[in-house]
Design a protein around this ligand. Structure first.
Ligand code: GLN
Length: 483
């Protein structure tokens, strides 16, 4: 049962082959048995799950239908869940029970999903390895000595290990696409503003976007359908109709123009990953796509710009965690300043503190022009590169990551080495564009992802290309040994 995709589960439930309650019980038992190896969950919500499953079964018995009705999922632990711990992977929020549901959580619950738990993540979504969580590192089911990617590593590891069919995640600089690549999943970061950020604990508000992590493009379409849409509670949410994503999967790729940026194949890319990317290009060419070399000349400036803008926004967003209003408070503060200092010093981990300091520095009066303003100008140049490219092509294709998943601990002493791994993903966040990573082969037994980028609101096009690719390849069906 645990091998089923969301689409297969929907068919099985509709045909009364099993109930949502039965499926939920199977998956909860599987999590109890296998998750100790992975550490992919921070909290399990067994009671809620069984109640939601029973309610979904009752709704089906009353004639209701829907692809998500009775579907078991989990939420990255930065989506607020009413009355349930919402930790953001931090000691700061270890004792925080959200007073309300995030819009994404509420919409998915209304569609009938069953919440199995809250997944592990890098602290405040800062990281590319899921090693900065207060609740410990997450392991990659493809090789338990390797990282699963981050910051949505818990959602990725759990779905890859067949503990559940799909999960929510968020992507500020790659945190949906990079863990998807590292664990052989399909992950979609939507256009900025497509999915509500209300109730999603903020890291860098102008970059953060929620989206689905699943095994197939077909399943990403189903989950995205339940997440997307205008929300008056989020001032950057965009009031555009939500298309039927599943209906877009089956268009022909005949004549589709795919751009491959020449800058993507520089020295930093593992040549074995480059080979997998070229193979995926050939497979899409066979399906009728036309390949064109393009250029994204400002790409080289994207990492420095991102690592100024994201920490700057984080330093502002995280100022609310002051030991007074939310979460952790130090013992016996001597005075107000001591309360702030020790609550934040004890409640935040090293990477979060590093980003707050970098961000506050970049925003300080003396350095604002030199760093923050400059980074914003680069952001516009990165966007302009994409706008020019999308005049010539329909999709941009390349590697999701320069290297496969590294060993746990390998980059702990050198944060910049970890930042450099985000080179292919962060440009989409700087520009606000939608991006998808799909399984495209293996290197030394570790999965490789190919990234597709599309113009604003063309999530359907990304899902269409990935689905057609998946109908003609079987990388996405491979299962890690032991799971
Ligand atoms: N690795 C990037 C960072 O640490 C992206 C993380 C994310 O997308 N949440 O900022």
């Amino acid at each position: 049962m645990h091998h089923m995709t969301l689409a297969e589960i929907a068919r099985g439930l509709a045909d009364k082959k099993f109930s949502s309650e039965e499926l939920t019980q199977v998956l909860l038992a599987r999590i109890a048995q296998l998750d100790p190896q992975l550490n992919s969950f921070i909290s399990l919500t067994e009671e809620l799950a069984l109640n939601q499953a029973k309610a979904a079964d009752a709704r089906r018995a009353n004639g209701e239908t829907g692809a998500l009705l009775g579907a078991p999922i989990a939420h990255k632990d930065l989506f607020c869940t009413q009355g349930i711990r919402t930790s953001c992977g931090s000691k700061m929020l270890d004792n925080f029970k959200a007073p309300y549901d995030a819009t994404v959580v509420a919409k998915l619950a209304a569609a009938g999903t069953v919440t199995l738990g809250k997944t592990n993540m890098d602290e405040f979504a800062m990281g590319s390895a899921n090693e900065s969580s207060y609740y410990g590192a997450v392991k990659n089911p493809w090789n338990l000595e390797h990282v699963p990617g981050g910051s949505s590593g818990g959602s990725a590891a759990a779905v890859a290990a067949r503990l559940l069919p799909a999960a929510t995640a968020t992507d500020t600089g790659g945190s949906i696409r990079q863990p998807a690549a590292f664990t052989n999943l399909t992950g979609l970061k939507p256009t900025y503003g497509r999915v509500s950020r209300w109730g999603m604990i903020a890291y860098a508000s102008s970059l953060d976007q929620g989206g689905p992590l699943a095994r197939t493009a077909e399943d990403c379409a189903i989950l995205l359908q339940g997440m997307a849409g205008f929300d008056p509670n989020d001032s950057t949410s965009i009031d555009e109709p939500v298309p039927d994503y599943s209906a877009s999967l089956n268009s022909s790729l005949q004549g589709l123009r795919i751009g491959v940026p020449k800058e993507y194949f520089s020295a930093g890319l593992d040549p074995r990953i480059a080979e997998r990317v070229h193979d995926s290009v050939k497979a899409l060419e066979k399906l009728g796509a036309v390949i064109k070399e393009i250029s994204l000349p400002n790409m080289q400036h994207a990492i420095p710009a991102y690592y100024v803008i994201a920490p700057a926004e984080a330093s502002s967003n995280l100022s609310r965690f002051d030991g007074v209003r939310f979460g952790y408070r130090c013992e016996n503060p001597e005075n107000l300043i001591d309360l702030y200092k020790r609550s934040r010093g004890e409640g935040f981990g090293a990477e979060v503190q590093r980003r707050i300091m970098v961000g506050a520095y970049a925003l300080s009066a003396g350095y604002y022009d030199a760093y923050y303003l400059k980074a914003q100008k680069i952001r516009r140049l990165v966007k302009n590169d994409f706008m020019a490219a999308f005049n010539e092509v329909d999709i941009i294709l390349g590697p999701t990551t320069p290297n496969p998943a590294w060993k746990l601990g390998a980059k702990n002493s050198d944060p910049v080495a970890e930042y450099l791994e985000d080179v292919y993903t962060i440009t989409a966040n700087l520009a606000g564009l939608p991006g998808l990573s799909m399984p495209a082969g293996f290197v030394d037994g570790l999965p490789v992802g190919v990234q597709l980028l599309a113009p604003y609101f063309q999530e359907g096009r990304l899902l269409n290309v990935a689905h057609q690719y998946q109908l003609n390849t079987d990388w996405h069906t491979r299962t890690p040994t032991g799971f």
